[in-house]
Design a protein around this ligand. Structure first.
Ligand SMILES: Cc1cc2nc3c(=O)[nH]c(=O)nc-3n(C[C@H](O)[C@H](O)[C@H](O)COP(=O)(O)O)c2cc1C
Length: 365
């Protein structure tokens, strides 16, 4: 990395809990749909080690916590021994390069269909309202509303998945509470229509998310747990009438568990510096100020606004999705201010083991 005087803010070191990071450029979780039959494949070693740097922080693609968790085909899982065994060499290879690796644990909830569910059953959710058929070009099936007494077993799925992730060698887990998947289905009032103590008001809507966090923290310890949220996202028909209040409530509530980081998706555009202040139509500043641990932002960031976010203390770390996907050597390119490969959306989520994720060129040495 560059000498101190030339160091851009994104390339400065940072201590995230007990992890010494050498820079602030995080690999965002990126689904690849190439873990056939939900088992991580050896070619994942190539993808993750391409993006691993000494002291860098990587978050895995969304990984299913149970056989009911899949929303896309060939998403990796972490609920069977076979999956844990398959993850081990991938995690080991990332560690050999000196990077820190968290597993993003996920349940898709209603963002699924019969074909992806065990025995072709209905996907589960907080509601029985389905996604609009054909939304995002997918074939969604109407969900089945979880009974109150079934909820502890889903929380247990997250707990076991976290335990398995640690057994596979991951440094921690990121609980996926974003983008309209199960946890967010509970949190958002556009989706949650429950009348038990998991719905009806903000506190009740956030109960499931916080019970998952509590269960995972109790199992593997707060220093190994992060959470991803997207209060402003309206994707998967999961909007909320008061995202500011939701985000702030969660940031404050998460402090009670002492989790190591909160990772929040910036909706539509990034923080822009105006008169020495960071402003955005959907500012994350109140959440950033409320949360006591490491704060990660993501969503549309470039080198320039990532640097501004760090320099202005808007965030501690910045996660890059599409840019890191298309530029396996993103930290080096940022260091040199080198041109970037353009990502090719037509190759996202393809089942091929190589095309679209591990075939982007590196800079010449
Ligand atoms: C191909 C692709 C797959 C994604 N998969 C996931 C995922 O598994 N989990 C998740 O939380 N977000 C996922 N995202 C969202 C990214 O992590 C990120 O938040 C989003 O792309 C915005 O950041 P960017 O502008 O830097 O790409 C995905 C995005 C893309 C483009």
């Amino acid at each position: 990395m560059a000498g101190k005087e030339a160091m851009i803010p994104l390339l400065t070191p940072y201590e995230m809990g007990k992890f010494n990071l050498s820079h602030r450029i995080v690999l965002a979780p990126l689904t690849r749909c190439r873990s056939y039959n939900n088992v991580p494949q050896p070619h994942a070693v190539v993808y993750y080690t391409q993006r691993a740097t000494n002291g860098g922080f990587l978050i895995s693609e969304a990984t299913g916590v149970a056989s009911t968790a899949q929303g896309y085909p060939d998403i990796p899982g972490i609920w069977t021994k076979e999956q844990v065994k398959a993850w081990k060499p991938i995690v080991e290879a990332v560690h050999e390069k000196g990077a820190i690796f968290f597993c993003q644990i996920c349940h898709a909830g209603r963002a699924s269909n019969y074909a992806l569910q065990p025995d072709g059953e209905a996907p589960i959710s907080c509601t029985d309202k389905g996604l609009t058929p054909g939304l995002d070009g997918q074939d969604w099936s109407p969900p089945r509303r979880l009974r109150t007494n079934e909820i502890p077993s889903i929380i247990n799925d997250f707990r076991l998945a976290a335990c398995n992730a640690i057994e596979a060698g991951f440094d921690g887990v990121e609980i996926h509470g974003a983008y309209g998947y199960l946890i967010e289905q509970f949190m958002k009032d556009q989706v949650n229509d429950r009348t038990d103590h998991y719905g009806g008001n903000l506190e009740n809507q956030c109960r499931f998310a916080l019970e998952v966090v509590e269960a995972v923290v109790n199992k593997i310890g707060p220093g190994k747990v992060g959470m991803r949220l997207s209060p402003y996202s309206k994707g998967m028909e999961a909007g909320d009438s008061n995202p500011e209040a939701l985000g702030l409530y969660m940031a404050n509530a998460l402090n009670k568990f002492g989790i190591v980081y909160l990772h929040v998706i910036q909706q539509r555009g990034k923080a822009i510096k105006i008169n020495d202040k960071y402003e955005t139509p959907y500012s994350l500043l109140p959440m950033r100020k409320a949360f006591k641990g490491t704060f990660i932002v993501a969503g549309g960031y470039s080198r320039e606004d990532g640097n501004m976010a760090i320099a202005g203390n808007y965030a501690d770390l910045v996660a890059f999705g599409r840019l890191f996907l298309a530029n396996p050597d993103l930290p080096r390119r940022f260091e040199l201010n080198a041109p970037l490969n353009r990502y090719d959306e037509t190759t996202f989520y393809l089942s091929d083991p190589v095309i679209g994720y591990t075939d982007y060129p590196f800079l010449e040495p």
